[in-house]
Design a protein around this ligand. Sequence first.
Ligand code: PLP
Length: 401
Amino acid sequence: MLPLRQDYLPFSRPSFGPEEEREIIECLRSGWITTGPRTHRFEEAFAAFCGAPHAVACNSGTSALQLAVAALGLGPGDDVLVPSFTWVSTAAVVAHQGARPVLCEIDPQAWTMDPVWLERFIETRYKKDAAGLMVGPEGGRPRAMIPVHYAGQAADMAPLMELARKYGLKVIEDAAHCVGSTYQGRHLGLIGDVGCFSFYANKNMTTAEGGMLICRDQALADKLRVLGMHGLSKDAWKRYAKGGSWWQPVVELGFKFNMTDIAASLGLHQLAKVEGFNQRRRQLAAIYDQGLSGLTNLNVCQDLGRGVHARHLYAICLEPGAPLDKTAMIAALAQRNIGAGVHYIPVHIHPYYQDNFGYKRGDLPVTERVYDGQISLPLFPDMTDDDAAYVIDSVRGLLAG
Ligand SMILES: *Cc1c(COP(=O)(O)O)cnc(C)c1O
């Protein structure tokens, strides 16, 4: 193996330049720091970038998902189909609204929601009641699905949308990894009813914390905006501006999920750079692909060519026969000064979901097989080719025993 590097290579690091610094300072000096002109400019720019009719900014990707679930009216008695292989937010937002997260299987190549499995699952899980409507064992009706576009690659949307039509399901896209990703020429988030993005610190572009919703329907966009701002009627953010009115009726049970103009200051410039960031991510992924090929004990999350891949993660999976397991590999990489991640501990493995929804290990074998060996390698735009070569050398060396 190459000699030990002296500095720590993190799993991820955001890239900022003088543009972000200048914009934040101007925002602070403008006297308007929370939702205002910069957030609205950012929403317009994001909508234009995606080709979306509407975009609503919020304070995290989780908030975006929460608003989507709330705005679609999902609640008690509703089942929402969610892949278990995701960040816990995708399921938590469903449970918060009183609906049931029904955890689903992924396919073994791209690690996204498996439509073949899903159809079989729906057909076995739900029975027809006296009125001819589908009902699950806990009494819930299937109402929606939240496919996750894992690592920046689209879930298999054509057959998933087919199932959504067949069973009358709403579709929320968890596009947290996907600024810049497409499916059949359309930006992700525009295929279902609503798409949710995250601008968390390690995502393809960041506002430190932040999120965005996109949708095609004006009424839905209005509802998302109202729900995200205390349930106050439209344009409530202007109430402290010149000409703003004191009369602000609350028309919905709302949340406080709006984006600040400080965050939007970052977002405006990150968005302008994100295509370049993603290009660099794809170059690094290609280096990894080539450097890690031919290893018998290692699988890689595959790019199945479903569209433009934003390459949020470079995810690998150690096979059961590998000379060291995932925990040992992560520890050994840390000793080599390499930061690695796990994406994700499946939702059905977390104690809360086992205790409250009856899930257990053994429920979703493909998800568990991937999880047991899964590691995410460092990937961020400012990483050098040499950094990637060092990681490859370390992984190969460690797998050689
Ligand atoms: C990051 C992420 C979220 C949540 O986004 P936050 O901005 O951290 O709240 C949701 N789903 C997935 C798949 C994510 O990766």
